[in-house]
Design a protein around this ligand. Structure first.
Ligand code: E4P
Length: 216
């Protein structure tokens, strides 16, 4: 399973990268807006690419295919690791098809159903991002949607990789692993919570206390 960080915060990305477990980063306009005042968003994306050795998603804002492709080419020029996030719309599908033909990696975003994911794969998306937490928020079983997408992709040999997105807690990561997701993208806070366990902490404390006794 590949682990991506769903943030544009450079400190968080540097820290997760130093743990040796980071495979990529996803951003969106909301995530980048949280870094307002820290420089141009293109500079932030460039710095992220210089830290992480893997795909870094930057999202287009245009809602028509022509505008999406224009923005995508500008974003791609930032760094070879930039992946273009495109929303699930008819024009988004057109843009993904065009970008895929040009060899530019794409991440079809705001995907909420297996049928949308079929279209993303057929358009040639490199990645598809089902938003699990936002489905859970409205009383749907988000991970069931992701599991169906993975089964359908396996049935037909689609090469599009599934990124479990809108992750809210460590159990989403476990469930993603159980259904065989290629990638999970998560906020830094979720990554920190995965590492922490009270028995790990109390175990370390006891080992150190016992070792102290041996030294006396
Ligand atoms: C993923 O690519 C999205 O940026 C992100 O996971 C959305 O998460 P949210 O629903 O917490 O905003």
């Amino acid at each position: 399973m590949k682990i991506f960080l769903d943030t544009a915060n450079l400190d968080e990305i540097k820290e997760a990268n130093s743990w040796g477990i980071l495979d990529g980063v996803t951003t969106n306009p909301t995530i980048l807006s949280r870094e307002a005042g820290k420089g141009r968003f293109t500079d932030i994306l460039k710095q992220i690419c210089e830290i992480v050795d893997g795909p870094v998603s930057g999202e287009v804002i245009a809602l028509n295919a022509k505008g999406m492709v224009t923005e995508a080419l500008e974003l791609s020029a930032i760094h070879e690791n930039i992946t273009i996030k495109v929303p699930m719309l008819p024009d988004g599908l057109k843009a993904v098809r065009e970008l895929s033909a040009q060899g530019i990696k794409t991440n079809m975003t705001l995907v909420f159903t297996p049928s949308q994911a079929i279209l993303a794969a057929k358009a040639g998306a490199t990645f598809v991002s089902p938003f699990i937490g936002r489905l859970d928020d409205i009383s749907h079983f988000g991970m069931d949607i992701a599991a169906d997408i993975i089964t359908i992709y396996e049935n037909y040999g689609f090469e599009t990789e599934v990124i479990i997105a809108s992750v809210r807690h460590p159990l989403h990561v476990v469930e993603a692993g159980l259904c065989g997701a290629d990638i999970v993208t998560m906020p830094f806070g979720v990554l920190e919570r995965i590492v922490k366990h009270p028995l790990t902490d109390s175990g370390i404390k006891r080992f150190l206390e016992d070792w102290e006794k041996v030294q006396k």
